[in-house]
Design a protein around this ligand. Structure first.
Ligand code: NDP
Length: 445
């Protein structure tokens, strides 16, 4: 990093101690947008880097609730309203034990540039809680969601801040939170949350969008080399929303996904994942990956090591941040992997990204490759505002168009700044410059 940028980064470290994930996300953006900063010194003059790393607002609150045994539980809720330069704050809610301020801030920071890349009118935000729905009854999840929304409701609204799902927050949780919001406000503001059920304002393709988009991005990258996913062996991590629909789209495009994982281990199914069985186990029964192996002859469960030890042509990390480190990246490369498209947010460590870039393989960072989810959330908001509903084919065609546009803007930005094929630079520079230009237009706010 050059001196001026390094000193701003040092300021971020000083002001935000103990937030390693946030530091990591900021560092990646600062390093890769240097060519854009050189071209437009007004970004530094207008203190864009200092302002864009300081959230508009950081909300933290107590979430008390009573479990099934009558015991009072207390969790912590977060909503980071990071940037409203391009539109209402937009970004998911994550419910998982390890959620803390650093994780929510890294996710919110990434979200600013991801939302910018979609070309749609969305600012960046993120939220969640250290509550983990695993092993909780539906009644417990409902009571938690109602308590969480009782505080969150005063901060959000269809033109203010529009949360959605993320790890641990799916259709069930969005339903309980929407019900409580409606009750508190006495107003049917369908556009206040996205990822809703189809019967009450949800959009077709929203469930599939992130996973589908990640695979469509990989397909677009391959097309630049005259190749496609047809016949390729695909490694997927995670077994949640993003992973399942990445597997589905990869299969539709003629590839063979052979792995998935959760925090209990990973599954290798050389014959190709049985998607119906995986959906039954994960979406219907909320089971573990071992339940799949029990019912699927030939599939094996591995509880040590990493899913990235399996040789394959394409890797789609779809679980969580920093799940793919430098060693895993080198193992993947030795196993013949030539394409990585990130379905999760920041799943590759900086060492892994460096290894992929050094090897010259096709590597798409999450803020570009997984933007299909938030883009389809914007489509859901559009349908809610127009009190209309599109069919599956219409919504999917829009998603495909948006992913192609994101891919092409990354390619164009990478070329403009002299590093063709560098999707990290392309995504960060294209996402950042749109936000920075609007921040300048809005004055010092
Ligand atoms: P889900 O909760 O549906 O699934 C998450 C999956 O990842 C589960 O299989 C979970 O296993 C696994 N997982 C999570 N943390 C770990 C961990 N520390 N170690 C091993 N496995 C882990 O979440 P999503 O599929 O929605 O989200 C996955 C990723 O995609 C996240 O990084 C999220 O931020 C990102 N993303 C999601 C979007 C969306 O639309 N949903 C949009 C853009 C990005 P287990 O059940 O054992 O916890």
């Amino acid at each position: 990093m050059r001196e001026a940028v390094q000193s701003i980064y040092d300021g971020v470290l000083d002001r935000n101690p103990g937030q390693p994930e946030f530091h990591q996300a900021v560092k990646e953006v600062f390093e890769s947008i240097e060519p854009a900063l050189e071209r437009k010194p007004e970004y530094l003059d207008a203190a864009i880097l200092e302002r864009v790393t300081e959230p508009d607002r950081q909300i933290m609150f107590r979430v008390p609730w009573v479990d099934d045994s009558g015991k009072v539980q207390v969790n912590r809720g977060f909503r980071i309203e990071f940037s409203s330069a391009l539109g209402p704050y937009k970004g998911g809610l994550r419910f998982r034990e390890n959620v803390n301020l650093s994780i929510i801030k890294f996710l919110g920071f990434e979200q600013i540039f991801k939302n910018s890349l979609t070309g749609l009118a969305m600012g960046g935000g993120k939220g969640g809680s250290d509550f983990d729905p695993h092993g909780r009854s539906d009644a417990e999840v409902m009571r938690f969601c109602q308590s969480f929304m009782t505080e969150l409701a005063r901060h959000i609204g269809p033109s203010t801040d529009v949360p959605a799902g993320d790890i641990g927050v799916g259709g069930r949780e969005i339903g309980y939170m929407f019900g409580q919001y409606k009750r508190l406000r006495n107003s049917y503001d369908a556009g206040v949350l996205t990822g809703k059920g189809l019967a009450w304002g949800g959009s077709l393709v929203r469930t599939e969008a992130t996973g589908y988009g990640t695979v469509l991005f990989a397909q677009s990258m391959l097309a630049t080399k005259g190749e496609s996913l047809e016949g390729k062996k695909v490694l997927v991590s995670g077994a949640g929303n993003v992973a399942i629909y990445a597997i589905e789209k990869a299969q539709q495009l003629g590839a063979t996904p052979i792995t998935f994982s959760d925090s209990s281990g990973y599954v290798v199914d050389e014959a190709g994942v049985d998607l119906e069985l995986l959906k039954q186990v994960k979406e219907v029964e909320r089971g573990r990956v071992a339940d799949y192996v029990e019912r699927r002859p030939g599939a094996r469960l591995v509880t040590g090591g990493s899913v990235w030890d399996v040789p394959g042509d394409v890797a789609l990390p779809c679980a969580t941040q920093n799940e793919l480190d430098g060693d895993a990246a080198n193992t993947l490369l030795r196993g013949g992997c030539g394409v990585v498209s990130e379905g999760a947010n920041m799943p590759s460590t900086p060492e892994a990204v460096e290894a992929f870039q050094k090897a010259g393989i096709l590597f798409a960072p999450g803020k570009a490759a997984n933007a299909g989810g938030v883009a389809t959330s914007a489509l859901e908001m559009e349908q809610n505002a127009g009190r209309t509903r599109w069919d599956f084919a219409t919504a999917e065609a829009k998603l495909t168009g948006i992913m192609t546009d994101i891919h092409d803007s990354c390619v164009a930005a990478a070329e403009e700044y002299g590093r063709p094929g560098d999707y990290v630079l392309g995504a960060n520079a294209a996402g950042f410059t749109r936000v920075a230009d609007v921040m300048i237009a809005h004055g010092i706010v």
